[in-house]
Ligand binder design. Structure first.
Ligand code: ADP
Ligand code: MG
Length: 166
C-alpha cells in the first residue's frame, strides 16, 4: 500500500451503537469528511498505528476500515480502538492518527467469542509491530505535536479538511 504511513485527523462522531464498548473494545468513529479523503489504495481491513485525542499523549491503536451500514454499505467507515483506558468518552474531540501497517482483511465470525479473540490478536500484533524502530519513529512525528502545522505531504487532503471545517 503506497499510501502508508497515512496521516489523518478529524472529529469523533457517534457510531451505530453496535456495542463495541460492551465488548470492552470501544471504537471511535471518524466524521465522514475524514473517510472521504482516504486514498483509493487504502482498502477495507484491519490496520495498526498511532493515535492521539486532542493534544493528549500518543498511544498505539488498531483501526477497522469497513463498509458503513448507515450508507447501505456504499461508503467506508473508519473506527479506531485506542489501546489505552480513558477516564471519559471523547465524542466531538479531534482524533489524530497515523496508519502504519495492515494486519488482515475484514471477515465475519460465527460467535462473539471468536470476534473478541480476533480483535485481541489484532491488538497483540499491533503492540508488537509498533515496537519496531521505524514505527516508533512515527509516534514522535511533528504531526502529533503541532496539530495545525507540519502535516506530512501525503496528508494534504486531510489538512485541507481540517482547515475547511467539516
Ligand atoms: P459508537 O457506536 O458511538 O462508536 P462505541 O461503543 O464504539 O460507540 O464507543 C466509542 C466511543 O468510546 C468513542 O467515540 C470514545 O468517545 C469512547 N472511547 C473511550 N475509550 C476509548 C478507546 N480506548 N478507544 C476508542 N474510543 C474510546
Ligand atoms: Mg464505534
Amino acid at each position: 500500500m503506497k499510501s502508508l504511513p497515512y496521516f489523518s485527523r478529524g472529529e469523533v462522531i457517534r457510531g451505530f451503537g453496535r456495542g463495541s464498548k460492551e465488548l470492552g473494545i470501544p471504537t471511535a468513529n471518524f466524521a465522514d469528511s475524514v473517510v472521504d479523503n482516504l486514498p483509493a489504495d487504502i482498502g477495507t481491513g484491519i490496520y495498526y498505528g498511532w493515535a492521539c485525542v486532542g493534544n493528549g499523549d500518543v498511544y498505539k491503536m488498531v483501526m477497522s476500515i469497513g463498509w458503513n451500514p448507515y450508507y447501505k454499505n456504499t461508503k467506508k467507515s473508519m473506527e479506531t480502538h485506542v489501546i489505552h483506558t480513558f477516564k471519559e468518552d471523547f465524542y466531538g474531540e479531534i482524533l489524530s492518527v497515523v496508519l502504519v501497517g495492515y494486519i488482515r482483511p475484514e471477515r465475519t465470525y460465527n460467535s462473539l467469542e471468536a470476534l473478541i479473540a480476533a480483535i485481541n490478536n489484532d491488538i497483540d500484533e499491533a503492540k508488537m509491530k509498533l515496537e519496531l524502530p521505524e514505527h516508533l519513529k512515527l509516534r514522535d512525528d511533528n504531526f502529533f505535536t503541532s496539530p495545525s502545522s507540519a502535516l506530512p505531504p501525503n496528508s494534504a487532503s486531510t489538512s485541507q479538511t481540517i482547515l475547511n471545517g467539516h
